[in-house]
Write a protein that binds this ligand. Structure first.
Ligand SMILES: [Zn+2]
Length: 240
């Protein structure tokens, strides 16, 4: 069995190509830093491989970005200078004490937290969690209402909670959508996709072809958001 290897530039990425006696091209993106390795049929030309990679470039970039994020996924200690993610952007924590009440706001590259008394990690963590819950609910409600109108169904109630195995759930009986608090940290496109997904379940309870057709009709690029979410931990405890 003969193999041949070469390196291709795809955008700003280097991909290692290995020609093999196989029928289909396979693209792998590997941790920890997102090395791209491609197994290609021996008969495939460089130009054809290049074209196939160009078509998957968005997907490849998502994979690399999520590996980078997962690497940073370590429990937060809520100390000054620590990074925290909010709406897909990275902020540094700045905590001050002796405020009249708890207050959290983003300012430039900082999440600024004011707490009553001394700014202990526990107090800062709880102030940030409360802020995330309120902020995520406020952002999610108009999005959920928008999708409910678009899909022609009643606007459900929206609840935020920690979840360890899902990004969202919905209850058709009680007309309520639950969103994972961890969505607070992710880009708005993720919240948008999960919102549509759960609202669509009010019409189609399973993931049948009808359900996928609904997603395709209303959000043609939903698979990009889904691919990003599938690479991320559901947990709220890390930096993501
Ligand atoms: Zn679902």
């Amino acid at each position: 069995m003969s193999t041949e290897r070469y390196t291709l530039k795809v955008g700003d990425l280097d991909a290692e190509i290995v020609l093999k006696p196989i029928r289909n091209l396979h693209i792998g993106v590997y941790p920890p830093d997102g090395r791209v390795r491609v197994a290609a049929p021996a008969s495939m030309t460089r130009a054809a491989v290049q074209g196939a990679l160009a078509l998957r470039l968005v997907w490849i970039r998502h994979r690399i970005m999520e590996f980078q994020r997962q690497q940073r996924e370590t429990p937060r200690e809520y100390r000054a200078g620590e990074s925290h993610w909010h709406m897909g952007r990275r902020y540094r924590l700045r905590a001050v004490g002796h405020g009249r009440s708890n207050a959290v706001a983003t300012r430039g590259h900082y999440i600024e937290v004011t707490v009553r008394g001394s700014p202990s990690s526990r107090k800062v963590a709880s102030a940030i969690e409360q802020w995330r819950r309120v902020d995520l609910a406020e952002r999610a409600k108009p999005i959920i209402a928008y999708w409910a109108h678009r899909l022609g169904t009643d606007v459900p109630d929206v609840g935020i909670k920690r979840m360890s195995t899902r990004w969202g759930t919905c209850s058709i009986q009680s007309k309520r959508v639950w969103l994972n608090l961890a969505l607070s940290r992710l880009p708005p496109s993720c919240l948008n996709y999960v919102s549509l997904h759960e609202v669509a379940h009010l019409l189609v309870p399973n993931h049948s072809a009808d359900f996928l057709a609904l997603l395709d009709a209303h959000m043609p690029d939903w698979r990009a958001a889904k691919a990003m979410l599938s690479e991320l931990p559901y947990s709220h405890s890390g930096t993501v």
